[in-house]
Design a protein around this ligand. Structure first.
Ligand SMILES: *[C@@H]1O[C@H](CO)[C@@H](O)[C@H](O)[C@H]1NC(C)=O
Ligand SMILES: *[C@@H]1O[C@H](CO)[C@@H](O)[C@H](O)[C@H]1NC(C)=O
Ligand SMILES: *[C@@H]1O[C@H](CO)[C@@H](O)[C@H](O)[C@H]1NC(C)=O
Length: 833
């Protein structure tokens, strides 16, 4: 039995290689670290190599600090670790090393004599050490004369941590940075996080939520930010902060926060000076302003550039920090009745004329698509409008709209649709990765940011599998041409084992996961059809997309669906792209199916390039996506015993949960649109569920029938709840199905407000008992209602069922959760329903 693991070391476990590989390995004798400053990433690199050799090869090495102290012993390998400059100063030969970019490294292996890990700077040295260790841990050979350079200098993480310790869109437990409005005392997890970041070459972090709070800048927190910076600095990770625009008013009591007001300027100057006393290497400020109710320069009649330059000027005085201004500026009170209105237009409208007005240490951070981290979006056209102002592309590792870590969704295939997209600016090749790398417009500082939102759970993100996205994000920011499949295979070998069955299984499930998720959530560019008006952004709620000011509209009615974003008849959004791309999206015929409904409003009977109608594609994709999810848990089952039990079970539980919730998605979306357009599924599936027994049709004691809102979140629109919140209810019926072996599924609602308990019996035999405690197990809030977020399924496999026996479910309510039940399914082998 393999010992249980909790995920804390993620892909840096340094698990021992197989004994035959260990015995064939070189004997490492010593590590010569060319820095003895224990806050230097060079020193960190040496200690990490020492730790890795101990774990991977069971070899113990000493750390020495000078070339002079070293004399080569027979057949033993010395590892030299330092910057190129340090190595050359110490008398080492650096003539054969080609020039490296900032953070780049040189890794050189001379058989059984020496390994050189030399960085362009200290950070690069550390990255080289991690490269060496990660090859070693996978049993891959260490190369000779290998150089590696980053695609872009900025490779940052954004954490949306609040000072009270909660995390906006965090699904891995409370903050590792803040608690009770102050920086935490114990920052052990913060330095562990920096270690993970450094291992995938991420070099900066904004530590607090873009929806910031003025208390971040209290004297106690300035000191605390200094401690965070100290905890991360040995790993080459620099910190920055997100600011609340109105801090001059709310913290200092000034009458205004007008960016041109001298007292406001002086205030930010003072704060910036104080912050630099604690964090001399601050990377800068992230600003979300005039967005979703946040104040900003527009509040004071000033331009966005005037707002950004206020901070830029303050930063310039104290260091090399930058202002990162988020392009996520839009009006969330748009009038849907006007067909010209379009939130997707906002970023370009706000920023296109600002390009020459920003100070030279201002960057604009642009979400990959024009709306908000949806399952499929076209590339943000703003990337084609900034020539002078450098850009950062914003991804989201936190799966806000992508299953919130309770659904597996490996994101690189999605990221690649953006990074590889050629915007054809001025008729020239302009793939997004060459824009953000700085190559296309000759920017010195630009790059990548991702909202990650790790928390204090030992899994970091709330799910072991979700960590592949953090790993992959680092790999892509370094090299956007990475291959998604080899990245997941590397991650799997490091995180679990090199066993080919494990590597193949994790890799195939991961590679299928995003297209599968898209299939059972929102197809053809209609966006993730989840609840958007409340804060949840999780389960299905297609009607919430329309009828409000948020502008994530689908414009679905009885006849048609989709946003007309053409120049000819729609919102004009397509015209924000460079000419070649604008032409492509302007016409229905040249718009790819996967973005059809993003750009065009069409009848449900519109034929796709595949030959299917839009509505039939919706039905089919939802059935195929949900059916594919059903295969994940059984495929995972084959790994029992090949990885430790703790992580095996943790993942199995989530895959089984996802299988159930994907059916909730499938049925909700399909029934919603069938109801809307009245067009039946050609295959007769939608609305017909022959293996179900609806709870509302059973004999009820202590239970009563209720209507569910929205109707599509319940099979048949109805469910049952107990009539009191302290007495159990029972639902009974006679089993109408032929005697045989079935999987028995119970669909119920598990919402906040209590933990109900359930018991299922057939013919007097207890089949299973369970509790409605998903929010505790899955680490995120679902909903306090019976709806598409809280609807879930538990399944009992291979149950002997006798026709005519009594099925009985008893439910014990708790708090406001009234042991709600939707239906029971008896599924013969191979049937998904
Ligand atoms: C290093 O030495 C070991 C044991 O003597 C040998 O098996 C291995 O092939 C050598 N490796 C290289 C790269 O020369
Ligand atoms: C998604 O649905 C489409 C349309 O039915 C189908 O062609 C494709 O194979 C599905 N892919 C997955 C991974 O479910
Ligand atoms: C189900 O029935 C089969 C054959 O009657 C029997 O072998 C098996 O043990 C039963 N399984 C359970 C779980 O009772």
């Amino acid at each position: 039995m393999l010992p249980d693991e909790n995920g804390l070391d993620a892909w840096l476990r340094y698990a021992p290689l197989a004994s035959d590989l260990i015995s064939q390995s070189e004997q490492y004798e010593s590590v010569i670290a060319l820095s003895s400053d224990d806050t230097s990433p060079v020193y960190t690199a040496a200690r990490e190599v020492q730790k890795g050799l101990h774990g991977i090869l069971k070899q113990e090495v000493e750390i020495a600090h000078s070339l002079a102290s070293y004399s080569q012993k027979d057949d033993k390998t010395a590892i030299f670790i330092g910057t190129i400059h340090e190595f050359s100063q110490a008398g080492g030969d650096v003539t054969q090393i080609p020039p490296l970019k900032e953070d780049g490294f040189w890794l050189d292996n001379h058989g059984n004599k020496s390994v050189h890990i030399l960085g362009q700077n200290e950070r690069g040295t550390l990255y080289g050490a991690f490269e060496f260790l990660m090859l070693l841990a996978q049993g891959k050979p260490c190369p000779s004369g290998h150089i590696s350079n980053p695609s872009a200098p900025i490779r940052w993480v954004n954490q949306w941590d609040n000072l009270d310790g909660s995390i906006e869109r965090g699904y891995g437990g409370p903050s590792i940075f803040f608690k009770d409005m102050v920086v935490q005392d114990d920052l052990t997890r913060v330095s562990q996080y920096a270690r993970l970041m450094a291992s995938v070459r991420l070099n900066g972090i904004i530590v607090n939520n873009v929806n910031s709070h003025h208390d971040l800048l209290s004297p106690k927190n300035l000191e605390g930010l200094g401690r965070i910076a100290n905890a991360m600095r040995p790993w080459g990770v620099r910190i920055g902060v997100a600011l609340f625009f109105d801090t001059p008013k709310t913290l200092a009591g000034l009458p205004t926060s007008d960016p041109l007001d001298p007292d406001v300027i002086a205030f930010w100057d003072r704060i910036t000076a104080q912050l630099h006393q604690h964090v001399p290497d601050l990377i800068g400020y992230l600003i979300k302003a005039n967005s979703e109710g946040q104040p900003g320069p527009l509040t004071y009649g000033r331009t966005l550039a005037e707002g950004a330059n206020l901070f830029a000027n303050a930063l310039k005085r104290y260091g090399d920090g930058v202002v990162v201004y988020r392009a996520f500026v839009y009006n969330h009170h748009l009038d849907e009745s006007n067909w010209k209105n379009d939130r997707a237009n906002a970023a370009v409208e706000f920023f296109k004329d600002m390009d020459t007005l920003f100070a030279d240490n201002v960057l604009v951070q642009i979400k990959y698509g024009p709306i908000d981290f949806q399952v499929r979006e076209p590339t943000s056209p703003l990337f084609a409008h900034l020539r002078k102002t450098p850009a950062i592309i914003e991804f989201q590792v936190a799966q806000e709209y992508l299953g919130q870590q309770s659904h597996v969704c490996y994101l690189p295939p999605l990221w690649k649709t953006i990074l590889d997209f050629d915007l054809r600016i001025d008729g020239k090749s302009s793939p997004v990765h060459k824009i953000v790398s700085g190559e296309r417009f000759d920017w010195k500082r630009s790059g990548y940011a991702a909202v990650v939102n790790v928390g204090s759970d030992s899994t970091w993100l709330g799910s072991h599998l979700a960590m592949s996205n953090l790993y992959a994000y680092g790999r892509y920011a370094w090299d956007p041409l990475s291959d998604a499949e080899s990245v997941i295979r590397d991650w799997t070998r490091l995180t679990f084992t090199a066993n080919p069955t494990v590597v193949d299984t994790v890799s195939s499930i991961s590679m299928e996961s995003w297209p599968t998720y898209e299939n059972y959530t929102g197809n053809l560019g209609i966006q993730t059809l989840c609840e958007i008006t409340k804060t949840c952004h999780y389960g299905p709620r297609p009607d919430s997309m329309d009828g409000n000011g948020w502008g994530q509209w689908t414009r679905a009615d009885a006849h048609g669906i989709g946003m007309d974003r053409t120049v000819a008849t729609g919102t004009g959004y397509a015209g924000q792209y460079p000419a070649e791309i604008a032409q492509l999206y302007e016409k229905l015929e040249t718009t790819p199916d996967e973005l059809l409904l993003w750009f065009h409003h069409v009848p449900y009977t519109q034929r796709l390039k595949s030959g299917k109608t839009v509505i039939q594609h919706f039905y089919d994709a939802h059935y195929e996506g949900a059916a594919n999810v059903q295969t994940f848990a059984p495929r995972w089952e084959a790994l029992r015993g090949l990885i430790d039990d703790a992580r095996f079970k943790h993942i199995l539980f989530r895959l089984e949960y996802q299988a159930g919730h994907s059916l909730v998605w499938r049925d909700s979306v399909n029934n919603f649109y069938m109801d809307k357009c009245g067009i039946a599924d050609e295959h007769g599936r939608v609305g017909h569920y022959p293996w179900r027994i609806e709870a509302e049709s059973m004999d009820l004691t202590g239970y009563t029938v209720i209507l569910i809102t929205p109707f599509e979140a319940a099979s048949g629109g109805k469910a049952i709840v107990t009539t009191s919140n302290d007495k159990p209810g029972t639902a009974k019926c006679t089993i109408p199905f032929e005697t045989g072996v079935y999987s028995v599924a119970v669909n119920y609602y598990d919402h906040l407000g209590g933990t109900s308990h359930y018991k299922l019996s057939l013919g007097g035999q207890v089949i299973g008992e369970w509790a409605g405690d998903l929010s505790t197990v899955l680490l995120h809030d679902f909903s306090d209602l019976r709806d598409g977020h809280s609807a879930t399924r538990i399944i009992f496999e291979s149950v002997n069922v006798t026709k005519g026996d009594t099925l009985e479910i008893s439910g014990m309510p708790d708090g406001t959760e009234l042991a709600p039940i939707d239906y029971v399914s008896f599924l013969p082998p191979g049937i998904v329903d």
